[in-house]
Design a protein around this ligand. Structure first.
Ligand SMILES: C[S@@+](CC[C@H](N)C(=O)[O-])C[C@H]1O[C@@H](n2cnc3c(N)ncnc32)[C@H](O)[C@@H]1O
Length: 245
């Protein structure tokens, strides 16, 4: 956990602009749609970071609060909606308190994902919706190379998930998947690496080379290209709407 806190403490001030996906309006809108057309209900965002998703829920009329393990990230989110510094493994709210719980792009960092899913399940009302999302490979063809890239970049990367393995995590004990949405967001790899101050210059070059020189079919699935010196590629997102069992 300390490694995660250190990384996101260093990045808190610049995090929101450090990758395209973080503020991508199409991706955020898909999360709000996945929650169902029920503004004015209560939403909890777990591992909310600087609260890019939560702020947009708030703007759409939902009552939102968030939690994040990294104090500096929670403080950034707290400028937009109430956010507490707390681990998602111990959510400081009562049972059946929320209509919707959201968790975007943090599951791969968790030491005990099932413990966090148990907490999401506990604080959701019966019939509540869990909106759960992450980047995943497009298929089995790009999966091994994508895992290689992520493990090279992120020292604290715990587990590599595919759409299928994320669905099994959800359905193992606590949720039933009701809807799956897939979305592609183009990422600027040069900026994503430049905005990762925890990485050495050598490590950035290593990761960039893994993408620029990726084998087929990774290159064509991710549409890897270099434009004006910037390396660009597509990332595949999966957004689950799941119901509490
Ligand atoms: C990649 S960021 C994603 C932030 C946000 N969900 C978003 O989509 O913009 C991962 C966030 O998860 C938080 N985090 C990691 N492990 C956590 C845990 N066990 N409990 C709560 N937050 C955690 C980190 O502090 C970081 O802010």
């Amino acid at each position: 956990m300390n490694q995660v806190i250190n990384q996101f403490t260093t990045r808190a001030k610049t995090y929101s602009a450090s990758a395209n996906w973080i503020a991508d309006q199409g991706l955020i809108k898909a999360h709000i749609e996945a929650a169902g057309a029920r503004p004015s209900k209560n939403v909890l965002e777990l591992c909310c970071g600087t609260g890019m998703v939560g702020r947009n829920f708030a703007a759409a009329g939902w009552h939102i609060c968030g939690i994040d393990l990294t104090r500096a990230m929670a403080e950034e989110a707290n400028g937009f909606f109430p956010c507490i510094c707390s681990p998602a493994e111990q959510v400081p709210f009562l049972d059946n308190a929320f209509d919707v719980v959201v968790l975007r792009q943090a599951y791969f960092l968790l030491e005990n994902g099932q413990k966090v899913l148990a907490e999401a399940h506990r604080v959701l009302k019966p019939g509540g919706v869990f909106v759960f999302s992450q980047t995943v490979p497009f298929s089995t063809e790009d999966s091994p190379w994508l895992e290689h890239i992520h493990r090279t970049k992120q020292a604290q990367f715990r587990e590599f998930f595919t759409e299928e393995s994320l669905k099994s995590q959800l359905e193992q004990e606590f949720f039933t998947v009701k809807n799956v949405r897939r979305l592609t967001v183009q990422e600027n790899i040069t900026r994503w690496l430049d905005e990762a101050p925890e990485l050495s210059v050598e490590k950035r070059a290593e990761v960039s080379a893994l993408i620029e020189n990726a084998p087929e079919p990774y290159r064509s699935l991710h549409k890897v290209e270099t434009v004006n010196g910037q390396v660009l590629e597509d990332w595949n997102w999966v957004i689950f709407s799941a119901e509490k069992k």
